[in-house]
Design a binder for this molecule. Sequence first.
Ligand code: HEM
Length: 155
Amino acid sequence: MGFTEKQEGLVKESWEVLKQDIPHFSLRFFSLILEIAPGAKNMFSFLRESEEIPQNNPKLKAHAVKVFKMTCESAIQLREKGEVVVADTTLKYLGTVHVKSGVKGPHFEVVKEALLRTLEEAIGEEKWSEEMKNAWGEAYDQLAEVIKAEMKNNH
Ligand code: HEM
């Protein structure tokens, strides 16, 4: 079965919740990434520079928002056309920037786990469900596959 309208709705609805406090959820997302994989700190320019995770750092927020938002866009595409398509120039850039930063395949699992845990906290135990988790998980996995393939191909 393909990605359903219901799954798309669940992703969109919870992205609206994250959007209400981007500074907080961006910070939580990065704290969780470093909790799961402390070594990831050295890959991010804005984390290398300081001991603590910087509050209100525009680059940190930008990366968090890109991951949240592109995953949400992937959910829409999966429902509409059954696949994730990233615009050519964006995809090339994503390939380059991640290869250059030393990102490897397993890091995508770390970011997935941090994303799902951030969402769970944002939505709250009562409303968070296996269904919501799977919808985000699938949209993220398919996006990650597209980025990883580009990283392998041309960089
Ligand atoms: C940079 C998106 C996964 C590490 C970027 C940039 C984008 C992006 C758009 C360019 C800079 C920006 O706009 O913030 C994504 C998306 C991902 C993903 C959509 C997954 C679906 C990952 C993973 C890692 C990672 C798994 C490693 C844990 C980085 C690093 C940079 C970067 C180190 C350079 C940022 C800097 O040092 O300033 N990413 N990314 N990304 N990404 Fe990702």
